[in-house]
Design a protein around this ligand. Structure first.
Ligand code: CP
Length: 318
């Protein structure tokens, strides 16, 4: 039987199929706790978790805090904007000082890819990656996979289309690693400037064939038509120093998801996902975001359960 042996959670690239399965199974049990009138269990009493967020966040930070609190851990939120980083303190010194306060885990978000990996090498507390640059966002990948499995009852053999700004997306990378390891077929779709070169060689089974692999298309109708699940991504203007497409209007025409496009091309039971935050009216219309195909708020609900599972496993609870 597979066992959980990882000290940290840095990315889905480094987890195997069984380890992903352990987290998903644990999350099923933890989801029920958030449905109770008293949403708290003593599992992590006495543990301290610090949120080290160097980039903005609504969903990830709040749901990690709720997850830790529902497991009875103490939480502290580090606010980079009013911290001594502004007096020139380094990231490593900041993290070592927080370690010196005897914390058990740090949840790290940073604009530079690899920051959680560097901290994991120098810190005794456990490190959980809450998004590092355009590299990985493992708990988002896990909650996306959890939501797909909850709605479709399987992952293997499903076609998942990821549409939009793939180039700057850590969500796309974690989804590709996790989904292909579990046997889904991933298609990425967007303007050629948003498709990283060689992405078809990413994932658990690199190469040109179909099963459990990554396909690239610039044709939105093809990406919609074959999909059991469409995961729509935001254009990350904050990570773009140059112009990647001629105009927003043209982007909407070529890649925006609206009800007409879904009615024309999509399977009747397609799921529409989005990691948030949504740019309504650009990558998808409000009618789609709030419509019958959307599971966007289910993703957010499931994020708490998945993060409870991750904290439980990482903090070594029996
Ligand atoms: N999905 C996601 O990471 O959202 P936040 O940036 O609000 O945490």
């Amino acid at each position: 039987m597979a066992e959980w042996t990882k000290r940290n959670l840095l990315g889905l690239e480094e987890l195997d199929k069984d380890e992903i399965g352990i987290i998903l199974d644990a999350a099923v049990s933890f989801k029920e706790i958030s449905e109770r009138p008293i949403k708290k269990v003593p599992t992590l009493r006495g543990k301290t978790v610090v949120m080290l967020f160097f980039e903005p966040s609504t969903r990830t930070r709040t749901s990690f805090e709720l997850a830790a609190k529902r497991l009875s851990a103490d939480t502290v939120s580090f606010n980079a904007a009013v911290s001594s980083l502004n007096k020139g303190e380094t990231l490593k010194d900041t993290a070592k000082n927080i370690e010196a306060m005897k914390v058990d885990a740090v949840v790290v978000r940073h604009s530079s890819a690899g920051t959680p990996h560097i901290l994991a090498q120098v810190l005794e507390p456990r490190v959980i990656n809450a998004g590092d640059g355009a590299h990985e966002h493992p708990t988002q990948g896990l909650l996306d996979i959890f939501t797909i499995k909850e709605k479709k009852a399987k992952i293997e053999g499903l076609n998942v289309s990821i549409v939009g700004d793939i180039l700057h997306s850590r969500v796309a990378r974690s989804n590709i690693w996790g989904l292909t390891k579990l046997g889904a077929n991933v298609t990425v779709c967007g303007p050629p400037t948003f498709i990283p070169p060689g992405i078809e060689n990413m994932g658990a089974h690199p190469g040109p064939a179909r099963s459990g692999r990554v396909k690239v298309t610039n044709n939105i109708e093809e990406a919609i038509a074959e999909a059991d699940v469409i995961n729509v991504l935001r254009i990350q203007t904050e990570r773009q120093k140059e112009k990647f497409f001629p105009s927003v209007r043209e982007y909407i025409m070529n890649f925006g998801i609206d009800l007409d496009r879904l009615k024309k091309c999509a399977k009747k039971d397609v799921l529409i996902m989005h990691p948030g935050p949504i740019n309504r009216g650009i990558e998808l219309t409000p009618e789609v975001a709030d419509g019958p195909y959307s599971v966007i708020l289910d993703q957010v609900t499931n994020g708490v359960a998945v993060r409870m599972a991750v904290l439980f496993l990482i903090l070594g609870a029996k």
